[in-house]
Every structure is written in structure tokens, then in C-alpha cells.
Write a protein that binds this ligand. Structure first.
Ligand SMILES: Cc1cc2nc3c(=O)[nH]c(=O)nc-3n(C[C@H](O)[C@H](O)[C@H](O)COP(=O)(O)O)c2cc1C
Length: 209
């Protein structure tokens, strides 16, 4: 047994029989656990993309929903957007240190529909909508003031109006081809299970830690 005192959780070894045959269901179970325990930024995932020549880059994004893919929103003209346009292969990792769990995902990324992106944008707080219009993610700024002035300009442009979704902003879906679930155990004898897609469904394999 291993104890995660900060969230009052004690955890036992995992066996294959304890896992859902469906990795999406297994993910939702672990995701719900950290949500319910109040883990800070439980929805943050590190997303890795790469250029066509294989130069990797990674950054944190927030998971917004899970369908047949893991959905996040961003600026399509950002570095990640530019890399994904040429090379849709990506990987993501969640690490929830409060419960000693990690989930890795690898797959291909596609843009979600314009309607879905617009529906999500419309639900965001107005200030975040204005921020998305005012910030050209990744472009150099001469000063903090330049950004704040852009925010004020955009706020007054849309006074008493809805802020429209910028055409360079929207959602992506990372559609997994494999998952890995990892949980910390004593003596570094951690539990690791890989799910890979086959023609008969998902195949689960225990991996050496
Ligand atoms: C906790 C956290 C959550 C973030 N969530 C997002 C997000 O959902 N979308 C996004 O575009 N950037 C998000 N960011 C900022 C990105 O990590 C990154 O700085 C930005 O997207 C530019 O990345 P890029 O130049 O690799 O495209 C987040 C950063 C942190 C630390």
C-alpha cells in the first residue's frame, strides 16, 4: 500500500482485472478521482508536437472534454498550430503527483468543427474572449503595455456586443492510438499498463516500470 497524505488517499497495487477494457473509461475514472479530490489544475496536460523534421516542442494546455478524442483549444497560428498543420502526430501526458498517477496518450490531432469551437468560445468568460482576440499568441511584444492596450482597444471595439470567435482560434482533438496508465508503488515497483489499438479492440499489456 502507498499513502498520498496530502489528499488522504491510500492506494493498492493494480491488476489487469481492475482496469476497464476501454481506456477512455479508465481515463475518465482517474480523471474523476482527481477532480473529486480537488487536485489543483487536474485538467492540465503537457502536449508534445513536432516539426516535420522531428524537432519536438511541448507546452501545457487544458483538457476541455473527452469524446473520441482529447479536446483542447488554442490559437491555430501558434507554434503548436503551425506544427500540427504539417505534422498531426502528437502526444500528451497528465501527471497528478497528489495521487502518484500519470497517463500518457499518443495519436493524431484534427481540428474540431467550427460550430463546436464557436460554441465553446461563446461559453468562455468575456475577459477571456477579449484576451483571445487581443493576443496574437507567440508574436513578440515590445512591452506589457502593448498587450494591455490591445485588451482595452478590443474591449471598446466590442462594447455592448458579443465578441466573435477569431478565425485563428479554435479547438483540436487528439485521437489516441495508445494510452499508458502509470501508478506509483513502493520500492519503485510501479504499476504500468499500456493500451494499444488492434483490429479486435484495445489490447492491454503490463509493462516493466
Ligand atoms: C496551466 C496552463 C494551462 C494552459 N492552457 C492553455 C490552453 O488551454 N491553450 C493554450 O493555447 N495555451 C495554454 N497555456 C499556455 C501554453 O502552455 C503555451 O504557452 C501557449 O499555448 C503557446 O504555446 P506554443 O508556442 O507552443 O504554441 C497554458 C499554460 C499553462 C501553464
Amino acid at each position: 500500500m502507498i499513502s498520498f497524505a496530502s489528499v488522504g488517499v491510500e492506494s493498492m497495487a493494480i491488476y489487469k482485472k481492475d482496469l476497464s477494457p476501454d481506456p477512455f473509461k479508465q481515463f475518465i475514472k482517474w480523471y474523476t478521482d482527481v477532480h473529486d479530490l480537488g487536485v489543483f489544475e487536474y485538467d492540465a496536460m503537457t502536449l508534445a508536437t513536432a516539426t516535420l523534421s522531428g524537432r519536438p516542442s511541448c507546452r501545457t494546455v487544458l483538457l476541455k472534454s473527452v469524446t473520441d478524442g482529447f479536446i483542447f483549444h488554442t490559437n491555430y497560428e501558434s507554434r503548436k498550430g503551425i506544427e500540427l498543420a504539417k505534422n498531426p502526430q502528437a502526444a500528451a501526458v497528465f501527471y497528478w503527483k497528489e495521487v502518484g498517477r500519470q497517463v500518457r496518450i499518443e495519436g493524431r490531432v484534427t481540428k474540431i468543427s467550427r460550430e463546436e469551437s464557436a460554441a465553446y468560445f461563446a461559453r468562455r468568460p468575456r475577459e477571456s474572449q477579449i484576451g483571445a482576440v487581443a493576443s496574437f499568441q507567440d508574436r513578440p511584444l515590445s512591452s506589457r503595455e502593448e498587450l494591455e492596450e490591445a485588451f482595452v482597444r478590443v474591449s471598446s471595439r466590442y462594447e455592448d456586443q458579443e465578441v466573435p470567435i477569431p478565425n485563428y482560434w479554435g479547438g483540436y482533438s487528439l485521437i489516441p492510438e495508445c494510452f499508458e496508465f502509470w501508478e506509483a508503488r513502493e520500492h519503485r515497483l510501479h504499476d504500468r499498463f499500456e493500451y494499444t489499438k488492434s483490429s479486435n479492440g484495445w489490447v492491454i499489456q503490463r509493462l516493466s516500470p
